[in-house]
Write a protein that binds this ligand. Structure first.
Ligand code: F3S
Length: 78
C-alpha cells in the first residue's frame, strides 16, 4: 500500500499525525505530508504501520489522504 497527501485538500487539522505519527507529519504551514518519502508516495507503508494508516485514512475530514496499491510515481498501463 502506498499513500500521499493531496495537500490542496488538507486543512491542517492534525488528525493524521495523531493517528499515525510515523507516517504523517507537518510542514511549517501545518499542511501534512507522507513522512517516509516526503510525500512522493513511492515508499510502501510498513506492515506494522497499516493499522495506524487505516485510522489516519478513515479519519481525515477532507479525504486528503489518498492510497493505491502501486507507487504514485508509476503510471499503470492497461
Ligand atoms: Fe490534513 Fe487530513 Fe491530516 S486534513 S492534517 S491530511 S487528517
Amino acid at each position: 500500500m502506498y499513500s500521499k497527501v493531496q495537500q490542496e485538500q488538507c486543512i491542517a487539522c492534525g488528525l493524521c499525525q495523531i493517528n499515525a505519527p510515523q507516517l504523517f507529519d507537518y510542514q511549517t504551514n501545518g499542511i501534512a505530508y507522507f513522512k517516509p518519502d516526503n510525500n512522493l508516495g513511492k515508499t510502501p507503508i510498513a506492515a506494522d504501520q497499516l493499522a495506524n494508516f487505516k485510522k489516519a485514512y478513515q479519519n481525515c475530514p477532507t479525504h486528503a489522504i489518498i492510497r493505491q496499491n502501486i507507487p504514485f510515481n508509476i503510471k499503470q498501463i492497461y
